[in-house]
Ligand binder design. Structure first.
Ligand code: DON
Length: 307
């Protein structure tokens, strides 16, 4: 039987397969050795249709794509004002692993860079939470959004933790500046766990569709995250989700998005759909090179641009 949407998605993947620009992340071996031929896409509509093509059942670490979900959790757990008191909402113009504090307030510029993500992680599950409670809150929330229980890529977790000197440095600076109250080493451990959650593009498309659907998971019908928080999350994804390519992305694709260093990208078009792509080679901005090409094409063909 013909299935028009998956056939179309497979055609889009074929059209970008020849793109061979960029390289996988090389700061840990487990990512450097990724199979660079992998290519996958999934779409999930707000009414629960899921379409996928390519390596859509291959799992990879969520990495920075966890940041918007952690931000949503923090907003729900301590309230938006308390989050804004510690983390800003402006693009930094610097690399994602710079300290990038605002003049005056000393807040990290936004929750999508590492400094802001570490500060965000520290707010998850409230001021009394333990390290394991923060970690489980995030795993459970991301699982509720994906519609299945998610686990961890232990090899990624262990490699990142062994090598997390820069994130440890950031966390200690944030502790010294009073932006985080908890023990910095516990925050780094929890943040590294958060980044090691194992997902497929199917999972990510449903997680993005939950954001697009004002916090209601399209398959289970559960309100898994507060509606007011979702608006804030999508706003920051629009301005800061694609690092220094945010301007090109908003012009060419035009939907709130977030990329991760393992090669995943999500996009969430409010009221319509969530999409996810995966391919490990990253461009100069740290975004999946083929992934960006797939999203540009989907946006053009399907008229996804917000404007
Ligand atoms: O903090 C790190 O270095 C990684 N675990 C996550 C980074 C990431 O995905 C950045 N984005 N492209």
């Amino acid at each position: 039987m013909r299935s028009p949407v998956p056939d179309y998605l497979a055609d889009v993947l074929d059209a970008v397969r020849s793109i061979d620009d960029g390289a996988p992340a090389d700061y840990i071996e487990v990512l450097a050795n990724a199979d660079t031929s992998r290519l996958a896409v999934a779409l999930a509509t707000v009414d629960g249709e899921v379409y996928a093509a390519g390596d859509s059942d291959v799992a990879f670490s969520i990495q920075s794509i966890s940041k918007p979900f952690a931000y949503a959790a923090a907003i729900e757990d301590v309230g938006l004002d308390a989050v804004l008191a510690r983390i800003g909402v402006e693009p930094s113009g610097d690399a994602f692993n710079e300290l990038s504090l605002e003049d005056g307030t000393h807040r990290p510029m936004n929750p999508m860079i590492n400094a802001g993500a570490l500060a965000t992680h520290a707010l998850v599950a409230g001021p009394e939470a333990s390290g394991p409670q923060r970690v489980e809150r995030l795993r459970a929330l991301m699982s509720a959004m994906a519609g299945r229980e998610l686990g961890y890529d232990e090899a990624v977790y262990e490699a990142e933790l062994r090598d997390a000197h820069r994130n440890r440095g950031l966390a200690h600076m944030l502790r010294a500046g009073g932006i985080i109250d908890a023990e910095p080493e516990t925050i780094v451990d929890g943040y590294v766990r958060q980044c090691a959650v194992d997902v497929t593009v199917r999972d990510l498309a449903l997680m993005a569709a939950t954001l697009a659907n004002a916090g209601v998971q399209p398959l289970t019908g559960r309100q898994v995250i507060d509606r007011a928080g979702v608006r804030q999350v999508l706003s920051v994804m629009t301005t800061c989700g694609m690092y220094d390519a945010a301007g090109d992305w908003v012009s060419n694709v035009g939907i709130p998005a977030k990329s991760g260093v393992a090669g995943g990208i999500i996009g969430a078009l409010p009221g319509q759909l969530g999409l996810a792509v995966f391919s490990p080679k990253l461009d100069a901005h740290g975004n999946s090179a083929r992934g960006v090409a797939v999203c540009e094409r989907l946006s053009r063909d399907m008229g996804l641009h917000m404007m």
